[in-house]
Design a protein. Structure first.
Lengths: 68, 371
């Protein structure tokens, strides 16, 4: 992320136990709040994302009318 | 049909392509000759839906041997573009992280990709000579798990260039060269990256661009002109450049004592660019280097088994193991290559075996004796 110049605060990894509901809620609240403040887009000028690669679909006979 | 009429007319079905294909040796279901024949006889839809479309490594062993010059890798590339539109897409290796990194670079990123150079040597933001570093800073992150340090290649090159008296331009605005996107049929990503790079290099005022990555070099030389027109600068591979410049310096290089060394020709530097001797000349600048050749060398070199970070398979692994064994069989203790990807692939294959051979990059090998 640093190499690509993306603000590293945009990734958050926390371990929260199933019994720690308040901590979980607080993490989600503060993280979404931060992301709202940082605004977007993260990287301008990107094309819309293509559908995820589907090797399984590709392995099957593809319908001749299919288009992406 | 994506084959040209000329290609259709000339193919005499001699099968040299399939006989030369290293993938076919391991996976007989992949046959260039059959695919060309299918393209000629059938409608394209059948070919476009096939998984085998993604198995070609573009190693160019078939096309350099074809008696009527059918450029099979280029045919495959054209079909891949169409196949992708139909939803037939390759299986990305490494969870697609390298495709994501390339894709993100088509946007307005503010990269920090020159950090590796800070305390290593002198470089500039504008000047005559641009050093195109390529993916090395990203590989450093992605492949640290293999114990590799890909940026050390760039660092050694910067040190060597500084020794020659060159302070190259290196740039945070450099983008992925688009080689992998292009070979995955993703022409849109490739074109955007090509334009970014040409604009960045132009803005630096560089008259020549030096590459260490064979793929970047070949992509600029062979494929950029097709999408951005004639390049407003000269492109050079560092092995050629150093083979000319280093002997003039009269440096005293120290022997390594690394034992017999073999050189693995990367496809994109060898068959694609015709650069066979300069890397060998560089190896022999190191005193007491005992260069041993593998049976498959130069234009007969075996590909390192994977291309464009896709479709890594048991076929890839079989080829890599075969190559490592070939080097060991001729008595090599060190296998030197000039391509970061060959080094990554061969190191990966070696990592869960007890094969006793070091896989090192050419510039690390040189820098080691330039203390």
């Amino acid at each position: 992320m640093r190499l690509l110049g993306i603000d590293e605060r945009r990734l958050r990894l926390k371990w929260v136990s199933a019994s720690e509901g308040i901590i979980f809620a607080e993490q989600v609240r503060s993280f979404t709040q931060l992301l709202r403040e940082l605004g977007g887009p993260v990287i301008a000028g990107l094309p819309p994302r293509e559908a995820a690669p589907t090797p399984v679909a590709a392995a099957m006979e593809l319908p001749k009318t299919a288009s992406a | 049909m994506l084959l040209t009429q000329k290609q259709v007319d000339y193919c005499m079905e001699c099968g040299v392509c399939t006989g030369s294909c290293p993938v076919n040796r391991v996976s007989p279901s992949f046959s260039p000759r059959q695919m060309i024949k299918q393209a000629i006889m059938d409608c394209d839809e059948n070919l476009l839906a096939r998984r085998e479309l993604w198995s070609c490594l573009a190693c160019a062993r078939c096309s350099t041997r074809c008696p009527v010059q059918i450029d099979f890798p280029e045919v495959i590339r054209a079909y891949r573009g169409e196949a992708r539109k139909m939803g037939n897409r390759p299986l990305a290796s490494h969870h697609g992280v390298l495709q994501a990194i390339a894709g993100l670079q088509t946007g307005e990123v503010k990269q920090q990709r020159t950090a590796w150079a800070q305390d290593v040597g002198t470089f500039r933001s504008s000047g005559d000579t641009f050093y195109f570093v390529g993916c090395l800073p990203y590989f450093e992150v992605v492949f640290s798990y293999l114990g590799l340090t890909p940026v050390s290649t760039a660092q050694n090159i910067l040190r060597i260039l500084n020794k020659i008296g060159i302070e190259p331009v290196i740039s945070d605005d450099e983008r992925c060269c688009g080689h992998d996107a292009m070979w995955s049929g993703d022409e849109a990503t490739f074109q955007k990256l090509a334009q970014w790079n040409v604009d960045t290099i132009k803005a630096s005022g560089a008259k020549r661009v030096i590459f260490s990555c064979p793929e970047g070099y070949t992509t600029f030389r062979k494929h950029y002109p097709k999408v951005v027109g004639d390049l407003p600068f000269e492109v050079l591979h560092i092995s050629e450049f150093l083979a000319q410049e280093l002997p003039k310096l009269g440096l005293t290089l120290e022997p390594h004592g690394d034992g017999p060394v073999s050189y693995h020709d990367p496809c994109k530097l060898g068959r694609w660019a015709g650069i066979y001797e300069p890397p060998r000349q560089l190896l022999q600048l190191v005193p007491e280097t005992q260069l041993v050749e593998m049976p498959r060398n130069r234009e007969n070199s075996l590909c390192c088994g994977t291309s464009a970070w896709m479709e890594c398979s048991s076929c890839s692994k079989a080829m890599q193991m075969e190559r490592l064994q070939e080097a060991i069989d001729v008595g090599a203790q060190t296998l030197v290559t000039a391509c970061p990807k060959c080094q990554i692939h061969l190191t990966c294959a070696k990592s869960n075996t007890d094969l006793n051979i070091d896989v090192v990059d050419l510039y690390g090998f040189l820098a080691k004796s330039m203390k």
